[in-house]
Design a protein. Sequence first.
Length: 317
Amino acid sequence: MNTKDSDQVPVASISIENWISLGVLSVIWGSAFVLVETALQGVTPLWLAAWRITIAAAITNFFWFFHSRKLFLSDVRSWGLLIVFSLFSGALPFQLLAWGQQHVNSAYAGVAMSSVGLIILPLAHILLPDQKITATRLAGFLLGFTGVVILFGTDSIFLGNHSEHQASGRLACFSAAFCYATSSILLRMLPPIDRIGVAAASLSIGAIVVVISALTFEGLPSGMDPPTLTAVTTLAIIPTAVGNILRIRVIRSAGPVFLSLVSYLVPLWAVIFGIIVMGETPESNLYPALLLILSGIGITQSRSIRALFVQNNQNRD
């Protein structure tokens, strides 16, 4: 009986802490587009991915060493699934995004990431018993995605930066989104596992793969100037190391469909950071897009929001 229960996928439970984590993730992941754009001015794409994941792996392993040094928390071991998860959660998407952002603008990359939510829906419906598609959930996701499209405008989405490799860059961005969606499902399918341990293990496995890839296709790394080094280090520490630990924590407790809501907020923050850091001028479509994005989140998680208010009222009583 106990063994059987330990093999089952944990049921999602959404709390206020999950909502706070979602907001924090949207901010730090939204900053990643500016950091990647800055870093690519002084480092090749695969080595950018390699430095990013290697530094993040070192940081998470440091915390894991002093945290618990445990990985699987039961007698059930799924090393094969962990390796596949590692490939889809970091090794593949980091390379795809770094390469893709050479050939498409950051707006297009942001729209591509918003598709994670739509990709997760059918995957979760098939593989996770507590993540079934409902009419309300589908309507919310579609409304949020409409907001993302309005945010960037059709010119930004379909014209990009006119690179001759634009089609490949687009494919790379959407492939990265597919990887993130798949890894979210795979993470929920893992047996009980330490959240810092799985972050450290997956980043370490991914680092080995990406470094080998960079050495194979780009040769030995070259030196980095101070702005590039700062961008790469910040990218590794905040969006990657800290973001990965938060992401795993949210997925294990609230589920991949809940986490996919961050896909609608990340493009918004990417625009805000572009305005602040890159000096871009905000467009008039920013505010209606924000309304649609937040409305989509509210509709998709309306049941969870109501449950939070009921729980808070009960606690007060």
